[in-house]
Design a protein around this ligand. Structure first.
Ligand SMILES: Cc1cc2nc3c(=O)[nH]c(=O)nc-3n(C[C@H](O)[C@H](O)[C@H](O)COP(=O)(O)OP(=O)(O)OC[C@H]3O[C@@H](n4cnc5c(N)ncnc54)[C@H](O)[C@@H]3O)c2cc1C
Length: 409
């Protein structure tokens, strides 16, 4: 029997691969639902994702593990709107709208040329090579990379920081330039979408393909022993192979290792409003390093079913909420949104604030080349988004690759 511990994307993808190979397995998940960090809840008829998460059409593996049309994708428009404190300006994707991107007033001519050159380079570089850079000792931070390539301060503060700061949950752009390049390529070649049922519909669609007799919710593993795992209730679960498909902090607890350093956290502040702020299905990027809100979106412009009829749902992503009580954070977020859309003043009603204390691991330059965990016993394997870069695609691939390793023996 193969025991997979953890029912997030990595564990579910691993289970699917074992099922395809006709192998018996048991998937042990501590929580009451599958999905791990891809969680969605409901409140007063609103659909609330626990953190702003999007799937990219360039994540090839998503179409391998699930039937995308059955998730009823709701598409974002390529590009975004930036706000410089005075005015909203459309930011076009150079690949879906090259003319719009070339004539955009946001970037200098030099930045446009540099971005075009970088984009072309990335298109010609396989993703595997970009990810390999994350393991290279010569890897540098995203900020240093952009500076070295000659991008202007305004490119960094008006685009890279609000957009990629929000993607990498890293306001200072200290994350690996290899990973940034990989994400930039994925954004340039794909479009973002969310399932109509919220982000948790993705892992749920994977779980639905697995035999229910193999699925064990509410089964927290507390210890590993030779040929078995121990559950919280003391029960021993026999297993000749054990796959740890855990988030980094849980993996470290189970292996008796110190907690991970500097993980990225995030808070999402939800507002409901009966006054639509804007109509485009895209993200708003306010500029300024002293702002709490890194980006926000009227998510019902993309997925109208996320709110009851007559209402709009606004989701604001906050990377640093330290020092603020929940009501102070909501007030600050509402104030910053109203600076962009004055009609929001007095109409936004705070619905919920969801804190995600562990969102993704810290991914500094060269992170993938460092040994994340010590050698495991011969029958124990590990996978998860901490391996090759935190993303939906990386978590799924990590689960599939680990299942293949187990099958090879
Ligand atoms: C706020 C936020 C925004 C994000 N945005 C994006 C995005 O836009 N695009 C993108 O590509 N990626 C995004 N990501 C990253 C992506 O969601 C993750 O990389 C991915 O979901 C991780 O999957 P995983 O299976 O590796 O880990 P997890 O989802 O953490 O799964 C681990 C599972 O193990 C279970 N578990 C833990 N301990 C035990 C135990 N002892 N016994 C049994 N079970 C246990 C947990 O309950 C959990 O279900 C985002 C993540 C967050 C949090």
């Amino acid at each position: 029997m193969i025991a997979i511990i953890g029912g997030g994307l990595a564990g579910l993808a691993c289970a699917l691969e074992l099922k395809r190979a006709g192998r018996e397995f048991a998937l042990l998940e501590a929580a009451a639902n599958f999905g791990g960090r891809q969680r969605t809840s409901q409140k007063d008829g609103f659909t609330l994702d626990h953190g702003f998460q999007v799937i990219l059409s360039s994540y090839e593996v998503v179409g391998v593990v699930c039937d995308i049309p059955s998730l009823r994708p709701r598409w974002f428009e390529s590009g975004a709107w930036t706000f410089d404190g005075q005015r909203l300006t459309r930011l076009e994707s150079p690949f879906t709208n090259p003319i719009g991107a070339l004539t955009s007033p946001i970037f200098t001519i030099g930045d446009k040329l540099r971005l075009g050159l970088l984009g072309a380079e990335l298109l010609l570089t396989p993703c595997s090579r970009l990810l390999a850079r994350c393991a290279d000792s010569r890897d540098i931070s995203t900020r240093a990379f952009l500076q070295r390539r000659g991008f202007s301060k305004s490119f960094i503060s008006r685009f890279a920081q609000p957009f990629f700061g929000g993607v990498l949950l890293d306001n200072e752009l200290e994350t690996s330039a290899g990973l940034f390049s990989y994400y930039l390529k994925k954004f340039l070649t794909g479009r973002a979408w969310i399932p109509s049922g919220g982000i948790q519909a993705l892992p749920e669609s994977l779980a639905a393909q697995l035999p229910s007799s193999s699925l064990h919710l509410g089964s927290r593993v507390t210890a590993l022993a030779p040929n078995c795992v121990q559950l919280e209730n003391g029960e021993l679960f026999p297993a000749d192979r054990i796959i740890l498909a855990l988030d980094d902090p849980s993996l470290r607890i189970l292996l008796g290792l110190p907690p991970p350093s500097a993980p990225r956290q995030v808070a999402v502040v939800y507002f409901k409003t009966q006054t639509s702020l804007y109509t485009n299905p895209c993200l708003i990027l306010p500029e300024g390093s002293n702002l709490r809100v890194r980006h926000f979106v009227q998510i019902t412009n993309i997925a109208p079913e996320f709110a009851p009829a007559g209402w709009h749902l606004v989701s604001a992503t906050v990377l640093d909420s330290t020092g603020l009580e929940a009501d102070e954070l909501a007030e600050a977020a509402a104030h910053e949104i109203a600076a962009v859309f004055p009609r929001a003043a007095g109409t936004l009603q705070h619905l919920e604030t969801i804190q995600v204390p562990y969102a993704i691991p810290s991914q500094p330059p060269g992170f993938a080349g460092r040994k994340a965990i010590p050698d495991l016993p011969q029958n124990v394997y590990a996978c998860g988004d901490w391996e090759h870069g935190a993303s939906i695609q990386a978590a799924l691939n990590s689960g599939i690759e680990t299942a293949k390793r187990v099958l090879r023996g």
